[in-house]
Design a protein around this ligand. Structure first.
Ligand SMILES: [Ca+2]
Length: 404
């Protein structure tokens, strides 16, 4: 099924080169806007107050839901506005099944943003994977001495276009192109699709490095800033204004209406958005795929923040090492308490790549449970990202490449 979809949707290298020419143009025009400008333009923002439905008022404009289509495909995803506000991150000491790392509770101030209604699906993620394949082929063409001279020059030009746009120039400069693009293929390992491979199922098993590269690629082809959520943004959106263990209340007996988890998932992921959403219209914040955030995991993060209010951007624990990093929401593999809004989880270094046959091990994929339940969801901040922020949220950690 997957191969069939690749053939149908992503046919030829020529297609992707065209797509990149378009993306380059879109992105090029977008960068004319002044860095740090308070609001972005484009879909999701209107100046007239909507007559109804979900919207968030900001500086005389209105954030509204919108749908993105990946250029050249019929693959779509929906984004929903999340209001700015304050909330208590973490769980109260009386919450059943709470763990020590969920406290002490800290008041966090969150800026408005858009969040994907659903987890990133295989259809979306495989578009990125297909591009990577095309990149590899172009790279081969550009470096193949047996080609016609004209072809090689043309291929090199296209390769530069893709490199300048989609991949991390700084890491490549430091490590040589081979460090990222040649030695570590974005292969589909035999473990990648253990939880299912249908286009509507959530993409899982990717590393946080891969997830960040996906958001960079997506931002490039759509001309808007997409990134992973911070841990605080994730919990704020998951709660949807609630203070209970789950977004629908405290009663785990209702969890089956809202989430795929170990009691109902039958050992696989399920189509994204097929359970009830939370109050803000967001699906699968509890269960199905667990979700990457930007943060490094530290047991004492909250204690270090005081009582607040603390801006979410300040509360973000920027990684200083590759492991552990924060994963939220629990997955199809997990029991009910693991899916609670406040529950925190972390990536593991060696255990999650134990069966990886690559030497060095792939920076793109994990091979083990519970990593086979780990996927991602994207957000788009209301404020455009500064150059420094782009580096932080998109670029590879050099340590990640080195370690892998
Ligand atoms: Ca989820």
């Amino acid at each position: 099924m997957v191969i069939h979809m690749h053939e149908r949707l992503f046919g030829s290298i020529r297609f992707w080169v065209k797509l990149f020419a378009i993306a380059f143009f879109v992105s090029g025009t977008a960068t004319h806007s002044k860095e740090g400008h308070p609001t972005v333009t484009g879909p999701g923002l209107v100046t007239e107050k909507p007559a109804g439905g979900q919207f968030v008022e900001v500086d005389g404009a209105y954030m509204v839901p919108y749908t993105e289509t990946l250029p050249g495909t019929d693959i779509k995803f929906e984004m929903l506005p999340v209001p700015g506000g304050e909330f208590l991150m973490g769980s109260s000491e009386t919450e059943a099944e709470r763990a020590g790392d969920e406290g002490p509770q800290v008041r966090i101030k969150v800026e408005p943003f858009w969040i994907a209604k659903c987890e990133v699906s295989w259809a979306e993620y495989q578009s990125f994977m297909a591009l990577y394949d095309a990149f590899k082929k172009l790279q081969l063409l550009a470096t193949n001495p047996n080609q016609q001279e004209g072809d090689a020059a043309q291929a090199a030009e296209k390769l530069n276009l893709i490199k300048s746009h989609a991949w991390n120039g700084s890491v490549e400069d430091e490590w040589g192109v081979d460090a990222v693009t040649t030695a570590t293929p974005l292969y589909d390992s035999s473990f990648t699709y253990e939880a299912g491979d249908a286009p509507e199922q959530p993409a899982v098993t990717m590393t946080q490095f891969a997830a960040k590269q996906y958001t960079k690629w997506l931002s490039g082809i759509l001309g808007r800033d997409y990134r992973l959520p911070s841990e605080a943004e994730w919990e704020y959106a998951a709660r949807g204004g609630t203070t209970t263990a789950y977004s629908f209340g405290d009663d785990a007996a209702q969890l089956g209406d809202y989430a795929w988890f170990d009691e109902n998932a039958d050992f696989q992921t399920h189509p994204v958005g097929s359970k009830k959403p939370n109050a803000w219209g967001i699906h699968d914040m509890h269960g199905n795929a667990a979700e990457w955030t930007l943060d490094e995991y530290r047991e004492g993060t909250y204690a270090g923040l005081g009582k607040g209010p603390v801006d979410a951007a300040i509360a973000l624990c920027w990684p200083t090492k590759v492991y552990p990093r924060v994963i939220r929401g629990g997955s199809w593999l997990d029991a009910a308490p693991v899916l609670r809004s406040a529950a925190r989880h972390k990536s593991e270094e060696d255990e999650w790549k134990f069966k990886d046959p690559n030497i060095p091990k792939s920076p793109w994929w994990f091979t083990e449970e519970p990593a086979t339940g780990v996927g991602m969801r994207i957000v788009r901040p209301l404020k455009t990202l500064s150059a420094e922020e782009k580096t932080r949220v998109w670029e590879a950690d050099v340590d990640d490449i080195r370690q892998d």
